[in-house]
Structure formats: C-alpha cells, structure tokens
Ligand binder design. Structure first.
Ligand code: IMP
Ligand code: MG
Length: 183
C-alpha cells in the first residue's frame, strides 16, 4: 500500500507497510463476532480484555457478539522493556466479577511469545470457570511458550513489530485505525 503521504499521528515516523487496513480489520472482527456468538449457545459469558492493548479490539468485538455478555478487564504488568516481555506477570487490576461457573473469553491484542498469556491462563483456570478460551486479534505463531490453544484468531500476523488498533510502541500509536509496521 502506498504510504507516501505522512500520517500526522505517527510522530514523524513513516509507515513501511499497512499490514491490515481499517476495512480488513472491521470485516474480520465481524466474522470473529459471529464465530463467538455461535460458540456460546448458553451460559453466562464474561469477556475479559487484557489492557491496554486490547481496548480498541475489545470494544469493536463485543458489539459484534449477539448474545448476553458482560465485560471486565485485566491489567497485567510484565517486568522488562517496552518491546520485550519478560515472563514475570503481575496483576495490577484483577476483575471483581466472579469467574466460577461462567464462560470466560480472554481477549488479547497479539500473541507473541505467549508468556504473558500462559501465566494469566493458569491464574484464571484456578478460579474454576465453566470454560476458558483466548481470542487474539493477531497471532505470530511463534508462541513456543503458550501452553493453551488460541481458540479465536483474527489474523496470522507476520513476525514484525506492529502498531495501531491498540498496539503500541512505547505507548504511542495505539489510536491509529489500521495496523502497520513502521520504518
Ligand atoms: P508475549 O507475552 O510475548 O506474547 O507478549 C504479548 C504482548 O507483547 C502483547 O500483548 C503486546 O502488548 C506486546 N507485543 C508483542 N508483539 C507486539 C507487536 O508486534 N507490536 C506491539 N506490541 C507487541
Ligand atoms: Mg504493549
């Protein structure tokens, strides 16, 4: 995609490629919403967004799920620098909602190494939900450390550093409506 026109949101950086356009994302989120609607014919569904990265995806996704549900969030902190996750996960915000006996759908922006998710899934599983599944917008399929399958995947992402639609680099670019790799 041609990216010669500078995007004023990009702090002077240049887009190398738009990996998923706004329209591609919207189409795929709609499909995921109907997959999820069909996957939960009964029971209470709690959609748990992992902040901050999932905030835009989650807000679009829940509006495509046509059944009763509730929304809550998890804030996990992994020690380490901005682009690498270290594997030590600490919960900074723990949902007050009861998890026992409910379907839990954990929504994540991107699965990279899978370290963050593995720790979180262990923690959530211990609370005896009726079911526990992961929905990730992007999956790099390099997650050797993820001990849980990702039931719902938006896109099989290239192994590049991506920003936009919730994904950040050092807290910037989350508000970009498409997903891009930068130069
Ligand atoms: P993991 O524990 O290595 O799977 O790390 C997952 C987290 O790292 C995601 O929730 C993102 O916050 C961040 N991350 C991994 N890859 C990217 C990327 O390409 N762009 C932006 N953030 C990323
Ligand atoms: Mg991040």
């Amino acid at each position: 995609m041609n990216s010669s026109a500078a995007d004023p949101r990009l702090l002077g950086r240049t887009v190398r490629s738009i990996v998923y356009s706004k329209e591609q994302i919207a189409d795929r989120v709609r499909e995921l919403g109907s997959d999820i609607t069909r996957a939960y014919p009964d029971g209470e569904l709690l959609v748990l967004g992992l902040l901050k990265g999932s905030f835009i995806f989650l807000s679009d996704l829940v509006r495509e799920i046509v059944r009763p549900l509730q929304v809550d969030f998890l804030v996990a902190s992994s020690y380490g620098d901005a682009t690498q996750s270290s594997g030590n996960v600490r919960l900074l915000y723990d949902p007050e909602t009861e998890l026992e006996g409910r379907h839990i759908l954990l929504v994540e922006d991107i699965v990279d190494t899978g370290r963050t998710l593995s720790r979180l899934m262990d923690l959530l599983q211990a609370r005896k939900p009726r079911s526990l599944e992961i929905c990730a917008l992007l999956h790099k399929h390099i997650a050797a450390e993820l001990r849980y399958p990702t039931r719902f995947i938006g896109f099989d992402a290239p192994n590049e550093f991506l920003v936009g639609y919730g994904l950040d680099h050092a807290e910037n670019f989350r508000h970009i409506p498409y997903i891009a790799s930068l130069q």
